[in-house]
Design a protein around this ligand. Structure first.
Ligand code: SF4
Length: 406
């Protein structure tokens, strides 16, 4: 684990090869408080979908997972923690009474810190978010400039994830799309009315949805001058439970994002009240809400469940229980157990305890010989305790339906 002191030291070293020893250290030195404040200020920005503690052990370095499951370290930081918006949950909000001291990087400084960490093998990329500063398009310009320095001046080939600030101009978004591997704009709320409740200074349609459509259209354009446009795609993030929204309202919005905006991934961040913010007295939401939403997301993206099936996991008020949503949907939909010898791949994927890989194994196995015992299924990685009540094999079926597992 790289320490704050180490990062500060690496940043200090930068100044001699970047700006020359004649420059005043006060101008270019990066202190641990700045690194810590701007690194810790990204606590609301999620870069991994794991059900993990929100606080990282060291502000500034986070771990994310690639599509193939590889864990990568990123330098995760704000460009500035100064912000004129008033998001009710955020300690950087203009109306927060316990704001940290305001800091900002310069593009050169941030590019060089990133480069030092990268060359020292502490990180594989940069995750850059920011407060809006006094003028969000000006801050966006600086974030783009940081990426440009990295890519063009320093030939940085690591990963770059840039947050697009609400209200950023079309021109700066275009540059961000051309320089980054991934861009994202935080949706935060499930609807315009929920956004109004969370942050009355942002316009949901023009500041966020319109910017998402810009990104969608830019990344679907083919250009000879841009080698691969946004190889890691566009993503978004929602806060869970800050404005009293139900899980169903959140999930409906996410389905829209997948279908209409083409986001690669949606991330969820459970609301937790922070001292000094206008939401400090609101009730903290349980972390399992986030976890259950990730499970729903998985059912849609990976198992290809239809929205009409998925909605059966929500109760009459639109909330998920703290239980496996796949089991809740199976109870609703499956009139009788399925025989793994004859079930289609789609039917197998709807059995709790059977995932895409184990469903494929069942199909491959039964091509060679019939499945005659649950031990054969267990050997293929099927979780019999969960799957048992929904399967019948060779006359055997589990009749203890009350044993359904959460
Ligand atoms: S835009 Fe909202 S969430 Fe982002 S830094 Fe400003 S107040 Fe915080």
């Amino acid at each position: 684990m790289v320490s704050l002191e180490k990062i500060a030291h690496l940043a200090e070293e930068c100044r001699f090869d970047s700006l020359g020893p004649a420059r005043s250290p006060a101008v270019v030195s990066v202190d641990a408080e700045k690194l810590s404040t701007l690194g810790g200020g990204t606590r609301h920005d999620v870069c991994a979908s794991t059900f993990s503690p929100r606080e990282t052990p060291m502000p500034g370095i986070c771990h994310a997972f690639t599509q193939d499951g590889r864990c990568v370290s990123l330098f995760k930081t704000l460009y500035t923690n100064h912000c004129t918006h008033q998001c009710g949950y955020c300690t950087n909000a203009a109306n927060c009474s316990r704001k940290a001291r305001a800091f900002s990087y310069t593009p050169e400084e941030l590019a060089r810190i990133t480069l030092s960490l990268y060359r020292s093998n502490y990180i594989e990329g940069l995750f850059l978010s920011s407060g809006a500063g006094r003028d969000e398009d000006r801050v966006m310009e600086k974030m783009v400039e940081t990426s440009r320095l990295l890519r063009q001046k320093f030939a940085f080939s690591g990963y770059i994830h840039l947050k697009v600030l609400p209200g950023a101009s079309h021109a700066h978004i275009q540059e961000a799309v051309e320089l980054a591997d991934r861009v994202s704009i935080n949706l935060e709320a499930a609807s315009a009315s929920h956004m109004n409740e969370i942050c009355a200074t942002k316009n949901y349609e023009s500041d966020i949805l319109q910017r998402q459509r810009y990104i969608r259209d830019m990344s679907s354009e083919t250009s000879d001058t841009v080698k691969t446009v946004l190889p890691a795609g566009q993503t978004t993030q929602l806060v869970v439970g800050a404005a009293g929204e139900s899980d169903e309202e959140i999930f409906k919005r996410v389905l829209y994002e997948y279908k209409e905006i083409g986001v690669r991934r949606a991330y969820y961040s459970t609301f937790s009240p922070q001292q000094g913010t206008s939401f400090e007295k609101r009730k903290a939401q349980p972390l399992w809400r986030e976890h259950r939403l990730y499970q729903m997301d998985w059912l849609f993206r990976v198992y290809h469940f239809q929205p009409g099936e998925i909605r059966h996991a929500f109760n009459e008020n639109g909330f998920l229980a703290n239980a496996d949503p796949k089991t809740a949907i199976a109870r609703e939909f499956m009139d009788e157990p399925v025989d793994p010898n004859t079930a289609s791949l789609r039917e197998l994927l709807r059995v709790p305890g059977i995932g895409p890989r184990s469903a494929q194994k069942i199909v491959a196995f039964r091509k060679r010989q019939p499945i005659v015992a649950k031990a054969e299924l267990a050997a293929m990685g099927i979780r019999i305790k969960r799957a048992g009540p929904f399967l019948k094999i060779n006359g055997w079926r589990d009749t203890t339906l009350e044993m359904w597992q959460a």
